[in-house]
Design a protein around this ligand. Structure first.
Ligand code: TRP
Length: 364
């Protein structure tokens, strides 16, 4: 029997989602959702995790829950097929985390590369909040509570998946087979794995102003695309140009499809032809950027327009979240009770325990 395929994935609600989220994970989720291959799909708005490094800024997290939810709905996550849930509303997840903590060492957490780089980024070195330090364990709870087999996320999440698998193996070997080992599902192309900011920097961030949001206006998309980083040595149109490290081409790799050419750039049949011309020399940056702009607008306009409809009906969005959370909670509660039974901390359901202890005192 093939095991049931279940998806769990999620995002921290610390801001609106951008095109990096889109090619790195969201687009994939919608395809998986519509493939009909998955029995259940859970998409988590990880507010509790967001609080692990935003403890002093709960309002930011609170405001962004609905923003992320609208981004989900706008890209095509369908609440009839996928459960969208809010992490903090499932106490079962916190409970699981507390038990899993006994199966993980401090030094193992210290070696987690994602945690390491986040500690550096946030200047936590001297004073790491315990909750933040433990978030990989909490993420293992997120995944295992739903018995997820498949976790479609970006490459940076691989260490979290590795940590989860270790916890699952340890739990199952100590307490008996209960939890399921998940697999990561990465996007297929390198451009999608790690889409750079519009300035060519690896990290996209709001403060750098180098990301294009899924809710971005046409005018702002235009500004960001037309000022994108290209090949700094490609000074004259006739100069040969470089493709590697050229952000405009990285974005085209991630977003362009052959069918865009006849309408927006009929000089070429496909991206390879365009790249060849650029490398030879004779193709200017402005022409490539204008093409990319059209490609980006084709992608983002429908998303932004669909988002508008949800922006006009916020109560509906909360209703979706509430229903999704309630349904998800049923699944998490079932897993938690299996976990407690495996650990034999289900005292009031454990008839054997009462019998065993009655026997012990029978002759006393
Ligand atoms: N760590 C993820 C991020 O930073 C968010 C997340 C929380 C998540 N729990 C998860 C992703 C469980 C996948 C599975 O974006």
């Amino acid at each position: 029997m093939t095991p049931t395929k279940i998806i769990l994935t999620g995002d921290r609600p610390t801001g609106r989602l951008h095109v990096g989220h889109y090619v790195g994970s969201l687009r994939n989720r919608v395809e998986l959702q519509n493939s009909g291959e998955y029995e259940k799909i859970f998409i988590m708005i990880a507010d509790a995790q967001a609080l692990t490094d935003n403890a002093e800024n709960p309002e930011k997290v609170r405001q962004n829950i609905v923003e992320v939810a609208m981004d989900y709905l706008a890209v095509g996550i369908d609440p009839e097929k996928s459960n969208i849930l809010i992490q903090s509303q499932l106490p079962e997840l916190t409970e699981l985390t507390f038990y899993y903590m006994n199966l993980v060492t401090v030094s193992r957490l210290q070696r987690n590369p994602t945690v390491k780089s986040e500690i550096q980024m946030r200047n936590f070195e001297a004073s790491i909040p315990v909750g933040f330090f433990c978030y990989p364990i909490s993420q293992a709870s997120d995944i295992t509570a739903f018995k997820a087999t498949t976790v479609p996320v970006g490459e940076d999440q691989e260490p979290m998946l590795e940590q989860t698998r270790e916890i699952v193996r340890k739990f199952n070997s100590v307490y008996g087979d209960t939890l399921v080992e998940p697999e990561i599902l990465l996007p297929s192309s390198t451009a999608c794995l790690r889409l750079p900011g519009t300035d060519g920097k690896a990290k996209m961030s709001k403060s750098l102003g180098n990301c294009i949001y899924l809710s971005e206006t046409e005018e702002d998309i235009k500004k960001k695309v037309m000022s994108m980083f290209t090949d700094p040595d490609h000074l004259k149109v006739s100069d040969p140009g470089k493709i590697e490290g050229n952000t405009v081409f990285t974005y085209l790799d991630a977003f362009c499809r052959d069918e865009f050419f006849p309408e927006y750039c009929p000089d070429y049949k496909n991206l390879d032809e365009m790249k060849e011309h650029y490398k030879r020399g004779g193709l200017g940056d402005v022409k490539v950027k204008k093409f990319l702009l059209n490609v980006m607008l084709e992608t983002i306009n429908p998303i932004r327009n669909k988002r508008r409809e949800f922006e006009k009906d916020i109560p509906y969005v909360y209703e979706v979240l509430k229903k999704g959370t309630e349904k998800a909670r049923e699944t998490a509660a079932k897993t938690l009770s299996e976990v407690k039974a495996a650990m034999k901390i289900d005292y009031f359901e454990d008839q054997a325990l009462i019998k065993e202890q009655s026997e012990k005192y029978k002759d006393a």
